[in-house]
Design a protein around this ligand. Structure first.
Ligand SMILES: *Cc1c(COP(=O)(O)O)cnc(C)c1O
Length: 465
């Protein structure tokens, strides 16, 4: 597809406004050196260009999108409607408080509901993403130890199955990361945890269910070990979709959490935002929260109130599905994942062949050994069939991983179609392995040089000067 700059022809631009007939107060050349180079196209060409681009994107409205760990569920349109109400879009964060009481009520109601769902006592909506929420939560842990004069606690324990943002956030917050191995069942190796926890432990970061889609049944013992060593427990709530309304991190012994409103609570995501990663904590940490008029507050982590319209969507979602709908969504997410897992277990090797939570991980290691067909080949082949591939090569502890999270919003028929496709591709891989390296065949671009794109990104149009 041509770039809009390549379609541009001098003088073809759309002019709605007549030539300016009053003195221009800006200098002729405001320091730019050369005139501003905007593409010149008639409106119809512009419209076609962007419509063609829109046809090339893929979203949950286009098809099945089981991108593990990302919870790409369908977001009901009523939430968009709520977030588009002028009373929410036309406010300014510097308005007098008495003029924005409705907006403040939205925030307060949402904070209360999220506290109830997580078992926390206080919450901030400031953080703009999951990783940002992690960073905020870790600063709370840091502030807590510092307030007690305990400066020896410099290490954060992170299981080796963790999402990459966990060690990254810990490191950003100034901690040293200690990796805790997983046991053969995919859960935390308790012996290794016991050995690692000590007077230098600031805390533990954990997601439960974890990134292999398993609920760690040792969770009470895990948080007890960390607390006994004097550390705090941080819950990465990106996987809350599996347990919301059923089990609460606060009851598992966690002191701090973050949630991904854009995953669990129905804001469209991908492509860079907007997101929201509220951080919650138990009462004893609440004086450290951002946005509080407390001398102990860690300070603001974002301007004003965070991504407010994401909070509006989350509240609309929670109010529309209600107290019964929250656990029902979680149960259906788990049911759908297990339905697919059972439907695929004789066609693909499961990394851990037990009942899973909202997602499961397959390993294509033996398929690759036998046929040369990798997880990447299978994922790319899916693109020819109008579905989004699962997450590839994550978690890192599983080789040739494909991680599938169907979510609760898919029907049984969609799951059956997906199962049939996955099975068909496994069969093709065994029968015609060589063709699998050529896929996809029917997409606008085929295999891309991903490393090249990351190392040498071309993000600027090369004008001939
Ligand atoms: C998505 C995710 C995160 C990070 O959330 P972002 O909003 O992408 O920063 C952290 N942990 C897990 C398990 C996740 O799936």
């Amino acid at each position: 597809m041509k770039l809009v700059f390549e379609r541009s022809r001098p003088g073809r631009g759309t002019r709605y406004l007549p030539e300016c007939d009053v003195p221009v107060v800006l200098p002729e050349d405001p320091g730019r050196g050369i005139p501003l180079r905007l593409p010149e196209l008639p409106e119809v060409e512009v419209s076609r260009h962007y419509t063609a681009l829109a046809h090339q994107t893929f979203g949950v409205n286009e098809g099945f999108y089981p991108l593990g760990s990302c919870t790409m569920k369908y977001n009901p349109a009523v939430n968009e409607h709520a977030a588009a109400l002028p009373g929410f879009t036309q406010v300014h964060p510097l308005q007098e408080a008495h003029t924005v009481q409705g907006c403040l009520e939205v925030e307060r109601k949402l904070e209360d509901m999220l506290c109830e769902i997580t078992g926390m006592d206080a919450m901030t909506l400031q953080p703009a993403a999951g990783a940002h929420g992690e960073f905020t939560g870790l600063l709370l842990i840091k502030a807590y130890h510092r307030s007690r004069g305990d400066t020896a606690r410099t290490r954060i324990l992170v299981p080796d199955s963790a999402h990459g943002t966990n060690p990254a956030s810990a490191s950003m917050a100034g901690f040293e990361v200690v990796s805790i191995p997983s046991d053969a069942k995919g859960c935390v190796d308790l012996e290794a945890l016991r050995k690692a926890a000590g007077p230098d432990t600031a805390g533990l970061m954990l997601t439960n269910p974890n990134t292999v889609g398993l609920f760690d049944p040792q969770i009470l013992e895990i948080t007890r070990v960390v607390h006994e060593a004097g550390g705090l427990c941080y819950y990465d709530g990106a996987n809350l979709n599996a347990i919301m309304g059923i089990a609460r991190p606060g009851d598992m012994g966690f002191d701090v959490v973050h949630l991904n409103l854009h995953k669990t609570f129905s804001t469209p995501h991908g492509g860079g935002g907007p997101g929201s990663g509220p951080s919650g904590c138990k009462e004893f940490l609440s004086r450290f929260l951002p946005g509080r008029e407390s001398p102990d507050s860690i300070g603001n982590v974002r301007s004003f109130h965070g991504n407010f319209l994401v909070a509006v969507r989350a509240l609309a979602y929670l109010l529309s599905i209600g107290r019964e709908g929250v656990p029902e969504a979680a149960r259906n997410a788990v049911l759908n994942a297990n339905y697919m897992r059972i439907g695929l277990r004789d066609a693909y090797d499961m990394a851990f062949d037990t009942v899973c939570m909202h997602e499961f991980v397959m390993t294509l290691e033996s398929l690759k050994e036998k046929t040369g067909v990798s997880a990447l080949d299978i994922a790319k082949a899916m693109l020819d069939h109008g579905v989004h591939p699962p997450t590839m090569y994550f978690p890192l502890i599983v080789h040739e991983a494909l991680m599938v999270e169907p979510t609760e919003t898919e029907s049984r028929e969609t799951l059956d179609e997906a199962i049939a496709l996955y099975r068909q591709l496994a069969e093709e891989a065994r029968e015609h392995p060589e063709t699998m390296h050529q896929r996809p065949e029917h997409t606008p671009v085929r295999r891309l040089d991903e490393v090249g794109a990351a190392r040498n990104p071309v993000i600027r149009y090369a004008y001939e000067v």
